[in-house]
Design a protein around this ligand. Structure first.
Ligand SMILES: O=C(O)CCC(=O)C(=O)O
Ligand SMILES: [Fe+2]
Length: 351
């Protein structure tokens, strides 16, 4: 293994002509990009028109079957989606030194860097990202964009506002499919009544540069999102794949103006496992770079305990997950990663 390969860092990926060893993944058959040949029809996650009179049922079915879906007629202005995408492009097109001025001090905090999940994988991922998790992104924007700072901060805040509105609307409808409401979740009910935010939200700008050997690389490795739900805007370049037990990896083809929604671990817990947080990943390609903007929503702050909604779990069966605070769950997730839900599962539920 040459030492050159080990020096490669993510801010320089675009300039590489060959795939360094540290970025070369050993894909196994189970990990195949292609669905099994027996799959006669090309599957895809449901596309749901939010104005459909049956929207609640459609959302419920999609959450049960896939843990992911696409939404049309969502009400987020196209200009806002275009603007956040071009902010992302402007950022990732900057020279490495400038991007590094916005480097995050800590994994998970605001700033530029590798995906947070990278610590769980031996090989490096072919992507770079900018996390907007708390107010400190403003200082980073000020450093890199002294002239456009106000414009870009305003854009981020507007994006957050629109996404939060949409996420709340989705939450209500999806809960409706289970016969419950936001008021059945104590902490969400309190937040709603006091007019305060439901909890944390994080925006992650992802960039997947053109890759010399995409079939041996990985843009973002398989994971579930650690939140209630994620709303993802992907540029017109595909790369997102969701995992379905019966089918394997299924590509989510981008449709202009349509957003992708993923069910996260927190929704999995609240629904007592009726909805599954979807395993997904991003692959890369040889011809065009790709941008995605993920809005990860939910997770109450403080000492609030999260547990399955009693109306869902109670009457029909035992609670499958023990109560856990958001900070405890995050700690568990970043210790045991894909075993986090198992770690809080009640092994022998006694009703
Ligand atoms: O880029 C994508 O399509 C997926 C991004 C993602 O899964 C994430 O940011 O958590
Ligand atoms: Fe994700």
């Amino acid at each position: 293994m040459s030492s050159i390969t080990e020096d490669v860092s993510i801010e320089n990926l675009s300039s590489l002509q060959t795939l360094p060893d540290s970025f070369t993944w050993k894909h196994t058959a189970a990990d195949s990009v292609l669905p099994p040949s027996s799959a006669a029809v090309k599957e895809s996650i449901p596309i749901i028109n939010l104005s459909d009179p049956d929207v609640t049922t459609l959302l419920g079915n999609a959450c049960k079957t896939w843990g992911a879906f696409q939404i049309a007629n969502h009400g987020v202005p196209q200009k806002l989606l275009d603007d956040i995408e071009s902010l992302s492009k402007t950022f990732f097109d900057m020279p490495s030194e400038r991007k590094l001025e916005a480097a995050s001090s800590d994994k998970g905090a605001s700033g530029y860097g590798e995906p947070r999940i990278s610590t769980f994988f031996e090989k490096k991922m072919w992507s770079e990202g900018m996390t907007i998790a708390d107010g400190s992104y403003r200082n980073q924007f000020l450093k890199i964009w002294p002239r456009d700072y106000t414009k870009y901060c305003r854009l981020v805040e507007e994006y957050k506002g629109e996404m939060e509105k949409l996420a709340s609307r989705l939450l209500s409808s999806i809960l409706g499919s289970l016969g419950v409401t936001v008021d059945d979740i104590e902490w969400a009910h309190k937040a709603k009544n006091s007019g305060s935010k439901m909890g944390s939200s994080v925006i992650r700008l992802n960039h997947y540069p053109v890759c010399p050997e995409p079939e041996r690389a990985m843009g973002l490795a398989a994971h579930t999102d650690t939140c209630l739900l994620t709303i993802l805007h992907q540029s017109n370049m595909g790369g997102l794949q969701v995992f379905k037990k019966e089918s394997g990896w299924v590509t989510v083809e981008p449709i202009p103006g349509v957003l992708v929604v993923n069910i996260g671990d927190l929704f999995h817990i609240l629904s007592n496992g009726k909805f599954h947080s979807v395993v997904h990943r991003a692959i890369v390609n040889q011809t065009r770079s790709r941008i995605s903007v993920a809005y990860l929503w939910g997770g109450p702050a403080g000492d609030v305990e999260i547990s399955p909604i009693s109306k869902i779990a109670g009457p029909v069966g035992p609670c499958l997950y023990r109560p856990v605070t958001w900070s405890e769950y995050l700690r568990i997730k970043f210790e045991v990663f894909d075993k986090a839900l198992d770690a809080i599962r009640v092994v022998n539920p006694t009703n």
